[in-house]
Design a protein around this ligand. Structure first.
Ligand code: C5P
Length: 295
């Protein structure tokens, strides 16, 4: 096999509670990840030499080797297993960059999965997961072939929610043209905590999981939570306006994903999602929309 093409899916966080800062500067979190159909394409091609070569036409993607997480994944494999292999990594971007949907982390994870096959490394899931955790906190989730998972630690300790295997949620996602820096939001979270400006979840994460199991959308819409919202929404008031727009157009709830700025609504059927999308299309807006579902 000389060439491999993979879908590199995005994620949403249905729940994200920041528990506190750790000694290493990261924050312990409790999160529920959902893998969604919005995806980049990654094309991996073996090279005759041992270079790692990145190809992407989209502006804004870090092609600088130190920054690009797909490059870092390939380099980590080369170094960890002393490989004398090279690869062209082409990334066809659809996931908005710096939007809170972990596009870069997903590219890193699917590069690991793809190179494991292309280079015939035969690495087990546990090995791939520990390599993924070295690249970034959101990377391990994508290594598991699971639509929903609990994330603990800095988000890298994953427990797949196997009982939700057949659950399919529909989403409208609105993404303003803003790039939000995750480290900046976590740093500001500390300040917000000191100033008592944070919100706490109304419901335990168990309530959220049980509402997903029961497909109880009314309970689900009450239980979704993101503790980073007050921070990002204060720094970028447009994000709050987008959330309010969802509610005024009839969405039962809306939530920011990760450190933002993407905001999503949860719909129980394609019909409901199509109808909300039609409402959004009538609006003159400066943000992009995506229509997607659990994958
Ligand atoms: O792990 P990742 O490289 O994606 O994290 C980027 C930055 O976001 C970290 O350097 C840290 O500042 C912040 N972060 C955090 N706690 C987390 C995840 C990320 O403080 N759980």
């Amino acid at each position: 096999m000389d060439k491999l093409t993979l879908n590199s899916y995005a994620k949403l966080n249905l729940y994200l509670s920041v528990l506190g800062m750790r000694r290493d500067g990261y924050h312990n979190i409790l999160t529920i990840f959902e893998r969604i159909s919005l995806a980049d394409k990654i094309v991996l091609k073996n090279r005759a030499d041992n270079k790692i070569n990145l190809i992407c036409e989209k502006k804004g993607l870090p092609l600088d080797h130190c920054e690009n997480l797909a490059y870092k994944s390939a380099k980590l494999l080369q170094q960890s297993f002393k490989l004398n292999k090279g690869v062209d990594i082409e990334i066809i971007k659809n996931i908005p960059i710096g939007s809170g949907m972990a596009g870069g982390s997903s590219n890193a994870a699917y590069t690991l999965i793809g190179l494991n096959k292309l280079w015939n490394l035969k690495l087990k899931q546990t090995q791939l997961t520990s390599l993924a955790a070295k690249i970034g906190s959101d990377v391990p989730f994508f290594i598991y072939d699971s639509s929903f998972a609990i994330g603990k630690g800095r988000g890298e300790r994953i427990k797949p929610l196997k009982s939700l295997k057949r659950l399919k949620l529909w989403h409208i996602i609105a993404v303003p043209d803003l790039k939000v820096s995750t480290p900046r939001i976590y740093k500001k979270w500390e300040h917000f905590k000191d100033m008592n400006m944070l919100t706490t979840p109304n419901y335990d994460v168990k309530i959220l999981i049980s509402s997903l199991k029961k497909r109880d959308f009314s309970a689900l819409n009450k239980a979704i939570f993101n503790g980073l919202e007050p921070v990002t929404m204060t720094l970028y008031p447009l994000v709050r306006r987008i959330k309010n727009k969802f509610l005024s157009l009839g969405a039962r709830s809306a939530l920011m994903s990760g450190s933002g700025p993407a905001v999503f609504g949860i719909l129980s059927s394609k019909k409901e999602a199509v109808s909300l999308a039609a409402q959004f299309k009538k609006e003159k807006s400066c943000w992009r929309f995506f229509f997607c579902y659990t994958l």
